[in-house]
Design a protein around this ligand. Structure first.
Ligand code: SAH
Length: 233
C-alpha cells in the first residue's frame, strides 16, 4: 500500500510543483507515493461555478461555501476511505514531526486547501475535518501549507530517503535540534572543522554531537529541551 494523497484546491496547477523535483519528485515518479489533485471549482454553483460567498454577519472577504466543499470532498472519498481528512488552517493544531510520522505510517491523506477568508464552519463539523496549521502566520491559501505537510511526510516514506539513518538523527526527532554539520574544505576563511570530528573516535564524536545538540536546543528552543528532559510530560 502506497501513501495516497488527494488534494482539493482551487489551484490544481500548483501541484506537484516543488514536490515534482528532487527527493519527493523521484519518489513520485517511482510510485512510492501517489498524488491526485481535484479542482473544487468543478463543484461550483451555476454558470459561473461559484465556490464562495460573502460572510454571514458581514466583514471583509469571501468564505468558501460548505455545500460546494462537501460535494468536492464526497466526490473525492471512496466508500469507507480510511484516510484522515485534513483542512489546512492557521487555527489548526501545529504540524509536528510526530504528526508527519503518524501520517507517513498511514494510508495517505485527503487535504482540503482553503482560500480567501477561509471555509464555512459547518463543513468542518459535518465532514469531521482535522485542522492542521504549519505555523503561527497567515498564508493566502492552503496550497503551500499542503505542499509543506506532504514534503515532511513523503521524505519519511519507506525507500524515499537514501540512508534510512538520515531520518532518525535530525532536528525534532527526540525533541533536540540537530548538531552542526561540516564538510570539506578542512579550513575555510580561517575557520577550521572541530578537531573531534577529524579524530576518528566515534564515541567522542557521538558525545560531541549530543552536547552540541543540547547546547543549541537550550539556546534556541528551551521549550523543546523541557520536553526532552521530561519525556512523559
Ligand atoms: N481568515 C483566516 C485566514 C484565511 S487564510 C484566519 O484568520 O484564520 C486562507 C487559507 O489559507 C486558509 O483557509 C488556510 O487553508 C490557508 N492557511 C493560511 N495560513 C495557514 C497556516 N498557517 N497553516 C495552514 N494553512 C493556512
Amino acid at each position: 500500500m502506497t501513501f495516497a494523497a488527494t488534494v482539493l484546491t482551487l489551484y490544481p496547477e500548483m501541484f506537484p510543483g516543488p514536490l515534482g523535483l528532487s527527493l519527493a519528485g523521484d519518489a513520485l515518479a517511482r510510485g512510492l507515493w501517489g498524488l491526485e489533485t481535484r479542482n473544487i471549482r468543478e463543484h461550483g454553483i451555476g454558470r459561473h461555478r461559484a465556490v464562495d460567498d460573502t460572510p454571514a454577519g458581514g466583514g471583509p472577504g469571501m468564505v468558501l461555501r460548505c455545500d460546494v466543499l462537501a460535494k468536492a470532498l464526497d466526490a473525492a472519498l471512496a466508500p469507507d476511505d480510511p484516510r484522515p481528512r485534513l483542512l489546512m488552517s492557521p487555527r489548526g493544531r501545529p504540524l509536528t514531526q510526530a504528526r508527519a510520522r503518524t501520517l507517513a505510517a498511514g494510508p495517505g491523506a485527503v487535504i482540503l486547501c482553503g482560500r480567501f477568508e477561509g471555509v464555512d464552519e459547518r463543513v468542518i463539523e459535518a465532514r469531521a475535518l482535522e485542522e492542521v496549521s504549519i505555523g503561527d502566520y497567515v498564508l493566502s491559501g492552503g496550497e503551500i501549507a499542503a505542499l509543506v505537510l506532504l514534503d515532511a511526510v513523503v521524505r519519511l516514506l519507506p525507500g524515499v530517503m537514501g540512508q534510512a539513518a538520515s531520518g532518525s538523527e535530525e532536528s525534532f526527532e527526540g525533541d533536540l535540534l540537530e548538531y552542526p554539520h561540516y564538510t570539506r574544505p578542512r579550513e575555510w576563511e580561517g575557520r577550521a572543522i572541530p578537531d573531534v570530528l577529524l579524530g576518528g573516535n566515534h564515541a567522542a564524536i557521538a558525545r560531541w554531537r549530543r552536547a552540541e545538540a543540547e547546547r543549541l536546543t537550550a539556546a534556541r528552543r528551551p521549550d523543546l529541551l523541557a520536553r526532552f528532559r521530561r519525556p512523559d510530560a
